[in-house]
Each structure stands twice: as structure tokens, then as C-alpha cells.
Write a protein that binds this ligand. Structure first.
Ligand code: C5P
Length: 314
């Protein structure tokens, strides 16, 4: 029996998220800029009896399914399938230590899957290259490939086709966690509903427009030069209006952050976490305290970004 192997993987925020029309497969064509932030999941894998067992502790652990639908369990089966490992002979115990809230728009489940792939590849000595891991990851969920890659990257397609953005910026983010959850499919469906209800174009939800959505080159320039005020001003998420429609209380959270000097404020992904860009880590700590004290969120943390993608822990 070999010892457990542990990997970490980051949460993400979407600096920009432009959503196109729904596709025949039910997904929406996206153009997004992902940024990996210093709020991380840890996953340990170890040889065990036949099959896959998942345990979860930490933030929101009781709300995470531990059966076959768990993204880490799906990652184990996907890696076993492509490497020919028979789980009825060589079983796996997976232990997830969560810090990223569940269904929060931060891709915590995707981080679990990414960390599982990296840890298990090491445990089994299967040594898959980055490209094969990314293909496996894309089959598990739209945000899983970014969990592997980390840093800052433009995502297109379902969000799974990645192009890194390199720049000098080290940013301070504040993540304000909401009391409730938002289901990603429900937020996309609400966007479709709002767009259908305003066929002439509702500025809050933006018309998808012809062709695939794109990311503004102005934001990419700001990221390449590390211009934090410009990055803050350009934060933009098509899923924000539907998230606010489903959870109107988020408006107050965004407003308090803006009043307290955030360089930018945006709902993260499909929400309900609100992300704020702070001027520096001291401002981030003050902002997190102010948001919590104002009672507009369940909790708030100040974290750095960008951070690296999934990696083994010594
Ligand atoms: O890929 P993932 O499992 O993270 O997606 C969760 C859900 O979010 C999808 O089932 C779909 O309803 C919605 N989604 C979408 N378009 C995308 C990504 C996700 O409609 N590009």
C-alpha cells in the first residue's frame, strides 16, 4: 500500500464573462477571462479497497454529494478509463478538504476534480502529459481545465479552451460569500429568459449578438501591463443580471464594496459570490471586514491572485 498523495487546486473568478446563445448541446458559447485566486481545495488520494470512496470535510462539506456524481469520483473513473486501471482491483480513497464554498460561482468542485487528476496521476505513476489531462478535465466540466492551468487565461468554447494571459500584476481580491447558493444551469436559464423577454436588447443582459462572444482587447492590455485600476473598471459579467434577478440581496453587497473604494465589483461566474478588486492587501483586509460588518454577506476573505493551477503538495 502506498502513502496518500495530496494536491491543491485554486478557485477562480471570471474577470469578464460574455455569454452567447445556447448551443444545440445545451451549453452556451462563452468568452471569459479566468483568474485563479488564493482560495484552495486540497485533495488526498490513497490506494484502498475496490471502488471509489469520497470523504469531504471543511467549508460546506455536508452539502457535497459523496456518491458517483461527485466530481472527484468522476475524475478518478475518467483517469482509470484512459489508463486501463481496474478500480475493482485497485480502489481509491479520496479525501477532500474544502475551503471554497459549494455552488458559489468559484469553481470549487472543478478545483476538486483538477486536484484529483494531478494527485492520482502521481499515485498511479501514469504520467499523463498536460494536454491529455486537459482533455480529461474538459470532459468533467467546463471549468476543470482552468483548475489545472491556473494563472490568468482567456476561456472560449464552453469555457474549456484556454489561452494564457501573462502579465506582471499581483492583485488583491476580496470574495464575499452569500448565505445561499445559485445553481449554474438556473442562472444561464434566467439569462436566456431575460434576453427573450427583451428582444430589442436589455442593456442589463446584453444581446448575444452575431457570432461567438469575444473578450475586450482593452482588458487584455490592462492585464498584460498590470494596470489594476483599469482591470477593476473593466470587470463585466453577463451572468450578473440573472444572478441579481434570482438573488436581489447581492445588489447591496456590490454596492457596499464599491462605496468602500473597491477598484471593481462583480458577481463571480454564476454567483452568488461577489468579487472585489482591492488596491492592495491592506485595503483587501479592510474591505473584507467592512463587508462582513455591514451584514451584506455571510463572510468575506481577502486573497491574492493570480495563483498557479493544480499541483502536488510535498
Ligand atoms: O460544465 P459544467 O458542468 O460546469 O456546467 C454546468 C452547467 O452550466 C451546464 O450543465 C449548463 O447548464 C451551464 N453551462 C452553460 N454553458 C457553459 C457552461 C455551463 O450553459 N458554457
Amino acid at each position: 500500500m502506498s502513502a496518500a498523495v495530496t494536491a491543491r487546486a485554486p478557485a477562480k473568478v471570471n474577470l469578464v464573462l460574455k455569454v452567447g446563445d445556447p448551443r444545440p448541446d445545451g451549453f452556451h458559447e462563452l468568452a471569459t477571462v479566468f483568474a485563479a485566486v488564493g482560495l484552495e481545495e486540497q485533495v488526498s488520494v490513497a490506494d484502498g479497497p475496490a471502488g471509489v470512496r469520497v470523504t469531504v470535510d471543511g467549508e460546506g462539506a455536508r452539502r457535497v454529494p459523496i456518491g458517483p456524481a461527485n466530481l472527484a469520483a468522476r475524475a478518478v473513473r475518467a483517469l482509470a478509463d484512459v489508463t486501463g486501471i481496474d478500480l475493482s482491483i485497485r480502489g481509491v480513497d479520496v479525501a477532500i478538504r474544502k475551503r471554497v464554498p459549494v455552488a458559489a460561482g468559484l469553481a470549487g468542485g472543478s478545483a476538486d476534480a483538477a486536484a484529483t487528476l494531478v494527485a492520482l496521476d502521481a499515485l498511479w505513476g501514469t504520467a499523463l502529459d498536460g494536454e491529455r489531462l486537459r482533455v480529461l478535465a474538459a470532459g468533467l466540466g467546463s471549468d476543470v481545465p482552468f483548475g489545472l492551468v491556473g494563472g490568468t487565461a482567456v476561456g472560449t468554447g464552453r469555457g474549456h479552451l484556454l489561452d494564457p494571459v501573462v502579465g506582471p500584476g499581483n492583485y488583491s481580491w476580496v470574495l464575499a460569500f452569500a448565505a445561499g447558493e445559485l445553481s449554474t444551469p438556473r442562472v444561464f436559464a434566467e439569462l436566456d429568459r431575460m434576453r427573450a423577454a427583451a428582444p430589442g436588447g436589455d442593456p442589463a443582459v446584453g444581446a448575444p449578438g452575431p457570432g461567438a462572444p469575444t473578450v475586450s482587447p482593452v482588458l487584455l492590455d490592462a492585464l498584460r501591463t498590470g494596470d489594476a485600476p483599469a482591470v477593476g473598471e473593466l470587470l463585466d459579467n453577463d451572468l450578473q443580471a440573472p444572478a441579481l434577478s434570482l438573488m436581489p440581496s447581492l445588489r447591496a453587497c456590490l454596492q457596499v464594496g464599491s462605496e468602500r473604494g473597491a477598484l471593481g465589483a462583480v458577481v463571480s461566474g454564476s454567483g452568488p459570490t461577489c468579487a472585489f478588486l482591492a488596491a492592495d492587501s491592506g485595503h483587501g483586509a479592510d474591505l473584507a471586514a467592512a463587508l462582513t460588518a455591514a451584514g451584506v454577506c455571510r463572510a468575506a476573505v481577502s486573497v491574492p491572485g493570480p495563483v498557479t493551477g493544480a499541483s502536488l503538495l510535498a
